[in-house]
Each structure stands twice: as C-alpha cells, then as structure tokens.
Design a protein around this ligand. Structure first.
Ligand code: GUN
Length: 290
C-alpha cells in the first residue's frame, strides 16, 4: 500500500503487529527457559465458512511462529449444543490450554445461541474477551481479557501520541465484538464517545465532529472521505471484498487520507493487530510476564 499524496500518515498495523509478535516470542521463550509452561491456544471452528477458515488458519500460524501450542477443533456445522459445550468443558479443564477461541459467526440455523456457547468458556481462558463476565468487567473498567480487535485499535491509536482526554471519538457500528467494547475503551481514556449505527439519522454530521473515527460496520466505503475532520485519526476495522475482488474498508481510504492526520490501510491496518492481541491475551492467560 503506497502512502497517498496527502497529509495523512499511515498507521501500519502490519509493522506494529510484527514487533509485538517478536516481543511475545521472546517472552514465551524466556518463560519456558525458566521452567514455565508453554502457552496453548485452542481454536474451535464450527462449519465451513471459508472466511472463518482463513482467519483461523492465520491465527494458528501466528501461534506457531510465537511458540504457542495450537490445538484445533474443526466441527461439522450440524454439531449439537451438548457436544459443543462438552468440548468447551474439556478445554476448560485441559492444563495445556490457556486460551480458548470459538470462531464467530457460528453457523445459522443451529439449535443453540452464540451467547450460551461463549458463556461456557472459563472466563480466565477467554482469549477473545467475549464471555459475559469479561464484557461486564470491561463495562465497569475492571481488569479482564479485552476483545482483540478493540485492543488492537487502541494500540494503534496510542501510536499517534494524540491527547485523547476530552477529544471526541465517533464509533460507527455497535457489535458486541467491536463497536460496543471499543466505545468502552475510548471512554476509559476520557474521550467523549458517540456510538453510531444503521439507524443513526445523520451519520455524516456525526463523523464530521470526530477527532477519532472507528469504522466497524462492514459496509464497503460507507464513510466518505470528505466527512473526515482535518487532522482526525481514522481507524478502519472493515474488511470488505468488492465485486472486482479488491479489499476495501468501511472508509473511502484515499479521499479520507486527504483530510486525516493518521489513517489505517485495509489490508495491513487493524487486521494484523487483531491476531497479535489474541496471542497477547493467550500469553497473558498463561502467566507469562510481559
Ligand atoms: N469473528 C470475527 N472476529 C472475530 C474475533 O475476533 N474472534 C472470534 N472468535 N471470531 C471472530
């Protein structure tokens, strides 16, 4: 990705995540040299969604590179709730497993609800930070595993060294995985936070006020470049494939870069940070000092 001919600086998630993964690898090696256990991450993948398979493959490969043991459980789409919960229970009790991840979305038309599956994971092994107790802890500003994409967004935002306190953040998208938790983390930094979604009356007007924009709606280039306030930071969580095969975010990248001070590319922005944060959560859950 080339830098656009404008003032925006690129927030390079690929480079930052590589640096974090290097640090994790050293920390894990040192921990084991001192007699500590090798961290382990279990991935549970239900069904045959091609994108989910690719994401999980990337996560497992990253584990290997860092020295985290990867345990993979691919399950048929029609697996029943009891079988799925039994597996999670088994992983909860497995001492080699420090983090458990159930890839979302679960297949449609199953006879169980996502929340029941996530709630079955032992909260201290919840590498994704999706357990209701951990989401509740985040809401209350208590220490808990933080969902990986929101954590990655905050890490990228910190790279800008921008003064966050009192500044205005606009989050577009209200998912449990990204929008809601990232809004809480921005609030924790004393930002004034607006949480927008599909029913927001005048999205352009909201975004125009933002010092920080977090786009997490999954609609290709929904956020127009000229909505971006001069000097704003733009963090684009979206990864959308257009009809021509090109990957784009939720923001019009080149047009937004004409106004923003900092912007994440797609791909190579938030995406790689999600994986780095998953591994960091797993390493932390294994008690490796960081
Ligand atoms: N699906 C999309 N993003 C995520 C994520 O961060 N974790 C899991 N488990 N599933 C996802």
């Amino acid at each position: 990705m080339t830098t656009p001919s404008s003032t925006a600086r690129l927030l390079d998630g690929k480079a930052l995540s590589a640096q974090i993964l290097d640090q994790l690898q050293s920390a894990v090696a040192k921990h084991q040299q001192q007699g500590g256990a090798q961290p382990g991450l279990a991935t549970v993948l239900v069904g045959d969604d091609p994108a989910s398979h690719i994401y999980v493959r990337h996560k497992r490969r990253a584990c290997e590179n860092v020295g985290i043991q990867s345990f993979h459980y691919p399950l048929e789409a029609y697996v029943g709730q009891s079988q799925l919960l039994e597996l999670i229970q088994q992983l909860n009790e497995d001492e080699r497993v420090h983090g458990i991840l159930v890839q979302l979305p679960l297949p449609r038309d199953v006879d169980y609800v996502e929340q029941d599956v996530l709630a079955a994971i032992a909260p201290h092994k919840d590498a994704d930070g999706f357990h209701p107790a951990n989401q509740g802890a985040l809401l209350q500003g208590q220490k808990a595993p933080i969902p990986c994409t929101p954590k990655g967004v905050m890490r990228l935002l910190a790279e800008t060294k921008m003064e966050l306190s009192g500044a205005h953040a606009v989050v577009v998208g209200r998912s449990n995985i990204v929008g809601k938790p990232v809004a809480m983390l921005l609030l924790e930094q004393n930002m004034t936070v607006t949480l927008c979604h599909s029913r927001t009356r005048d999205l352009a007007a909201e975004v125009r006020r933002a010092d920080v924009v977090v786009a997490a709606v999954g609609v290709p280039e929904l956020i127009e470049g000229d909505w971006i306030k001069p000097g704003a930071v733009v963090l684009d969580v979206g990864i959308n494939r257009k009809a021509d095969g090109k990957l784009v975010g939720d923001v019009e990248f080149y047009a937004a870069a004409e106004h923003a001070a900092w912007i994440t590319p797609v791909p190579g922005g938030v995406g790689p940070m999600t994986i780095a944060m998953l591994l960091e959560n797993t390493v932390e859950a294994a008690g490796v000092p960081l």
